[in-house]
Design a protein around this ligand. Structure first.
Ligand SMILES: [Zn+2]
Length: 63
């Protein structure tokens, strides 16, 4: 079965916008603005083809 052209099977990218992401504000970091992560950012999504476990990782291309 041929792979989809240009797409590596089992992984992809998801863009998370400010509307989709509510950052947790840390009291310890309040002096620095409190936000560890701020939208929008990109996630790389990996899907394991054998057990269908999904993993997310922050994309280095973001911000
Ligand atoms: Zn697996």
């Amino acid at each position: 079965m041929p792979a989809m052209p240009g797409v590596h099977a089992g992984d992809g990218q998801q863009i998370v916008t400010a509307e989709q992401f509510q950052p947790r504000v840390s009291k310890l970091l309040a002096s620095k603005g409190g936000k560890v992560l701020e939208a929008p950012f990109a996630l790389t999504v990996y899907l394991c083809p054998s057990c269908f476990a999904v993993q997310h990782a922050l994309s280095k291309a973001a911000g």
